[in-house]
Structure formats: C-alpha cells, structure tokens
Write a protein that binds this ligand. Structure first.
Ligand SMILES: NC(=O)c1ccc[n+]([C@@H]2O[C@H](COP(=O)([O-])OP(=O)(O)OC[C@H]3O[C@@H](n4cnc5c(N)ncnc54)[C@H](O)[C@@H]3O)[C@@H](O)[C@H]2O)c1
Ligand SMILES: [Fe+2]
Length: 370
C-alpha cells in the first residue's frame, strides 16, 4: 500500500487562541501583514480586535470580499498589498475571505491578476498566509485550493497549488459564535460534503478515510444543535473541529461529485456553496456506495444503520434547514439540465469521483430531483 500525505500547515486550534496571534506570528517570523477580512468581521469590530492581537504586525485591513470572491476582489486586495508593502497576508473570514486572500497572496508574489488566475496561470510561489476562519465550513485553512469567480462570465473555478497552503491556521471556534443559523447550516453541510467527498475520491486512503469518518461523525452529531441552539458552545466547537478534520482529509483527496455539480448551481442559480453541494450529496453517496462497499461499514462508524439511513439523514437536514431540494425549488427548468450536466462533467472533481456514471448518469441523477 502506497500513501502520500502532504500537509505543511501549522494548525493551532482552541477557543480564544486568536488572542495569541502576535506570539504565533513571531514564532513563524511573520510580519508586515495585510489583513483581508470578511465585511461582517470588519463591521463588527472583530478585525480591529484581531489586528490588535497581532501586536503591530498588521499594516492595513481591507474588507473588499464578496461571497464567492471575484477576480475584481483579488485585484483590489493585491493593489492594497502592493501599496502597503505587505510581506504576508492574514485572512479573517469564511471560505470567501480565505480564498480571496490565498489568491491575493499568489497575485502579489507573481505579479498576475485575478483574471490570469481564473484562466489557469501557472504559479509556484505566494506570500505567506495566515488563515483565521470565522465559519465552520470550508476547511480552506488547511487546503491547497481556492475557489474564485468571474461573475460577469458566470464562471466559478477552483485553482490549486502547494504554494497556497497557509503557513499558519489559527482556528478559534469562538469566532464562529456570531454566525446566524443560516450560515451555520450551510457551512456545516459543506463539512459533511467534504468528508463524504473525501471518502468517495479515487485518491482516498486509510488515513484520509479515518479523518473523514471522524469529521462526518462529529458534524452529524453536532450540526442540528449548533444551528438550533446558537448558544451551545460545545456544538459550535465540535463543528469547527469537524471542519478542520474534513479539510485535512480532502486536502489530500480533493472533492468529488457533490462539489462538481455545485459550481453552476452557485454561479448561475445563486445557491450558496454548502447548500449547492447538499443538492446532490445524498444521491452521490448512494451511487458511490455501489462501487465502494466499505461505505456501508463506514456509515455504521458514522452512527447510521446503513448508507441508506445516512442518505435519509442528509435529506432530513436539507428539509429541516429549508434548503432547495427539487429542480423547481432551485428554479431549474428541464431544458436547463443539459448545461448543468455539461458544466458538472467538465469539473475536475468529476474525474476524481469513484463512481464514473458519465453524462447520462449525471442527467439521471438530476432527473430524480424533479
Ligand atoms: N478553498 C477551499 O478548499 C474551499 C472549500 C469549500 C468551499 N470553498 C469556497 O468558500 C466559499 C464559502 O465559504 P463559507 O461557507 O465559509 O461562507 P462565506 O465566507 O461566503 O460567508 C458566508 C456569509 O457569512 C458571513 N460570515 C462569515 N463569518 C461570520 C461570522 N463569524 N459571523 C457572522 N457572519 C459571518 C459572511 O459575511 C457572508 O455573508 C465559497 O466561495 C466556496 O466555493 C472553498
Ligand atoms: Fe465545499
């Protein structure tokens, strides 16, 4: 058995740990930072507090980040980084702020634009990055990917490269406590999607499966509680832990069918990322179980009687959280399906999926959602 596991991110996890940011930066010799913050995090004053915790190591804060960050967001942040002479980047926010910061770190180091990046610019270097997540969802703090959008062209593309692994991930679950139930639900289902996708990747191995099983178990046990009882710190902390563990799994395997089908659902139908992944997640897990029989035993390890019971739980969560479940909920007409199938099939995540069901299989999967 040959296994490659490459994970260079220094992970610091704990409630209140962001207060040590200055000390953690000093240990890694990181200084002169541009902070790229989620707009909510800046408005709430948290960005300023975190900047203070960095003990004078933050040169400026910019919060020009939209959900599903755009190539224009990247250019604005890169311009600010150059003006201030930033030598590293701190991302404070959800996946959108982290992916914008990752892309900015590449753009500044290589002198390229957001547009270059979305069209496949080849990069091998980036400014050092400190990732401080404020949602429990994407795991971007430990992955080598960033998802960026060109909204004018309806494009949403994932870019990859070892250079965009963060140097330091400071995961303080307390920063997620202000997420409203809708954000907790969507980002939490993204955690489950990352874990199940990791298990159904052609690159899955026993290390990533073990991380993914534990991540999904924790998320299934805590997500409803974190959504319905915002004040339950234990549930929130467990969601942050599940998020980073799922991230550690899919940082090696990549994601699969549910993510491949999600991009057009977000870029064209404006369904937020986690909800867009959930749209086909249960259907993909059923398909994948046909080619990976271990998923039955894995489902039992995750606390379910069977693959079917796990899939029913996902469906139950989608209903409970008010997610879109059918094509008509999502505003998708039958004649739109061809474009969705073509887009889903063209995503690199699709070839990474263990069940190769082809365009016909994907069309059938969507037809079941009528
Ligand atoms: N790079 C990766 O590995 C990876 C993996 C999965 C998803 N993604 C990408 O990440 C993005 C989604 O990220 P996300 O789900 O974290 O959401 P997000 O970053 O888009 O944020 C969603 C909303 O939550 C708000 N928010 C964030 N933190 C908050 C807090 N603590 N309190 C209150 N509100 C808060 C934001 O202002 C925003 O309105 C998508 O673009 C997706 O494609 C990246
Ligand atoms: Fe995701």
């Amino acid at each position: 058995m040959n296994i490659n596991y490459y994970q260079p991110v220094c992970v610091k996890f704990g409630k209140g740990i962001v207060k040590d940011l200055g000390k953690l930066m000093k240990e890694k010799n990181l200084d002169k930072a541009l902070m790229i913050a989620d707009p909510f995090i800046e408005k709430s004053g948290l960005a300023e507090q975190i900047s203070k915790a960095a003990d004078g190591r933050v040169l400026a804060i910019i919060s020009e980040v939209e959900p599903n960050p755009t190539i224009q967001n990247i250019d604005a942040c890169a311009k600010k980084a150059k003006e201030t002479g930033a030598e590293c980047v701190i991302a404070v926010g959800g996946g959108s702020a982290m992916d914008c910061a990752k892309s900015t770190a590449i753009a500044v180091k290589n002198g390229c634009t957001g547009e270059d990046l979305i069209h496949g610019f080849d990069f091998h270097e980036a400014l050092p990055l400190i990732a401080v997540p404020t949602t429990a969802g994407t795991g971007s703090e430990v992955t080598a990917g960033a998802v960026i959008s060109d909204k004018a062209k309806g494009m949403k593309v994932a870019i990859f490269g070892d250079a965009i692994f963060a140097t330091l991930a400071v995961i303080d679950p307390e920063l997620t406590y202000s997420c409203p139930p809708s954000v907790t639900a969507r980002s939490g289902i993204d955690v489950i999607a990352h874990a199940l996708d990791a298990m159904t990747s052609v690159k899955a191995n026993l290390i990533t499966d073990t991380l993914a099983i534990q991540a999904a178990s924790l998320a299934f046990q805590n997500l409803e509680q974190a959504v319905e009882h915002e004040e339950d710190e234990n549930a929130r902390n467990n969601m942050s832990l599940a998020c980073v563990m799922a991230g550690l799994a899919f940082s090696q395997t990549g994601t699969t069918g549910s993510h491949a089908c999600s991009y057009i659902l977000t870029s064209k139908y404006h369904i937020p990322h986690g909800e867009a992944c959930a749209f086909t997640l249960d259907h993909w897990f059923r398909e994948n179980a046909k080619v990976k029989p271990e998923l039955e035993a894995y489902s039992r390890n995750m606390g379910f009687e069977s693959v079917e019971a796990l899939c029913e739980k996902i469906h139950f969560l989608k209903e409970k959280f008010g997610f879109k479940i059918t094509l008509s909920d999502a505003g998708i007409l039958e004649e739109d399906l061809e474009e969705i199938v073509v887009s889903s099939m063209s995503s690199g995540n699709m070839t990474n999926n263990i069940a190769q069901i082809g365009a016909n299989g994907v069309r059938k999967l969507f037809m079941n959602l009528i």
